[in-house]
Design a protein around this ligand. Structure first.
Ligand code: CP
Ligand code: NVA
Length: 304
């Protein structure tokens, strides 16, 4: 059986994203009107977490319930997953008992191997390499506030992490540009980002130059989950990669600021920016719910 998975942003075409953004809008509007909508009645989502989460767990769990289905939370602490059961075996068993699986884990290879052995669709809820559900919600949020993202410039300030890699893939699929500025030694590795080299991104040593003219400025924690041992070293290396009012002032006048959250005010962004007028971070967080409901509906029912 060929199964549709969402493991990296490039797994879907532009046409599928256009559909998902349109469905997200419909599903969000229904939710705001308190209209019941239960297309996934009797369907079960299993969520596997090997790392902490607030937004991802809540948006998938609440989203599945709102669509009429059930969601089951599993973690490595109190399941056999943390005791060395092979990923391939876990995938065989778990996917016989549910309709959809979401995994948050370390290496991308783990979700890829799980998907290869799964009878049901698998969604990447964040790996060391990618965070496609977040970028799905982020781009929907941009469209909601400012219209199409095609041809626009996104400035990524900070670590070339899972979020950055996913922005770079999204730029290739949806035809926009990403300006990346990282400290020396933390630059984008095109191979790790899984890029096709279509010329949709440029690296800058100066974060101010990366922000010049950008329609969307975004940053993320300096130390991602799983890299905590590097925390002190990174705090020093990233000190000048804090999005502040000066960086926002060189961006386009109608630029928005995004952060996937959780944020550290005074590190990757100032309080003035993240709590300021250009910030759309609360809509961005809320849109995880609506965008992932559209995603789950699509993976289980196809295009309606
Ligand atoms: N942005 C995001 O994925 O948040 P959580 O880590 O809280 O799920
Ligand atoms: N880059 C961050 C994102 C958290 C949602 C991390 O991986 O920890």
């Amino acid at each position: 059986m060929s199964t549709n998975h969402f493991l990296q942003f490039r797994d879907f075409s532009r046409e599928v994203y256009d559909y998902l953004f349109a469905r997200t809008r419909v599903i969000k509007e229904r939710f705001k009107r308190y209209e019941p909508y239960h297309p996934l009645a009797d369907r079960t989502l299993v969520m596997i977490f090997e790392k902490a989460s607030t937004r991802t767990r809540l948006s998938f769990e609440a989203g599945m319930q709102q669509l009429g289905g059930a969601a089951i939370y599993m973690n490595t602490r109190d399941s056999q997953l943390g005791r060395g059961e092979p990923v391939e075996d876990a995938a065989q068993v778990i996917s016989r008992m549910c309709d959809l699986v979401m995994i948050r884990t370390f290496e991308q290879d783990i979700v890829e191997r799980f998907a290869q052995n799964s009878r049901v669709p698998v969604v990447n809820g964040l790996t060391n390499e990618y965070h496609p559900c977040q970028i799905l919600a982020d781009i929907y949020t941009y469209i909601e506030h400012r219209g199409p993202i095609t041809g626009k410039t996104v400035a990524w300030i900070g670590d070339s992490n899972n979020m950055c890699n996913t922005w770079l893939q999204a730029a290739e699929v949806l035809d926009f540009n990403v300006h990346v500025s990282t400290p020396p030694g933390y630059e984008v590795e095109a191979d790790r980002a899984g890029l096709h080299g279509t010329g949709h991104f440029e690296q800058f040593t100066d974060p101010m130059e990366a922000c010049r003219g950008a329609s969307l400025v975004t940053s993320d924690v300096w130390t991602s989950m799983g890299f905590e041992a590097e925390n002190e070293e990174r705090r020093q290396a990233f000190a000048d990669w804090c999005v502040d009012a000066e960086m926002m002032s060189i961006a386009a006048p109608d630029a928005v600021y995004m952060h996937c959250l959780p944020a550290h005010r005074g590190e990757e962004v100032t309080a003035e920016v993240i709590d300021g007028k250009q910030s759309v971070v609360w809509d961005e967080a809320e849109n995880r719910l609506h965008a992932q409901k559209a995603l789950m509906e699509y993976l289980l029912l196809g295009q309606l």
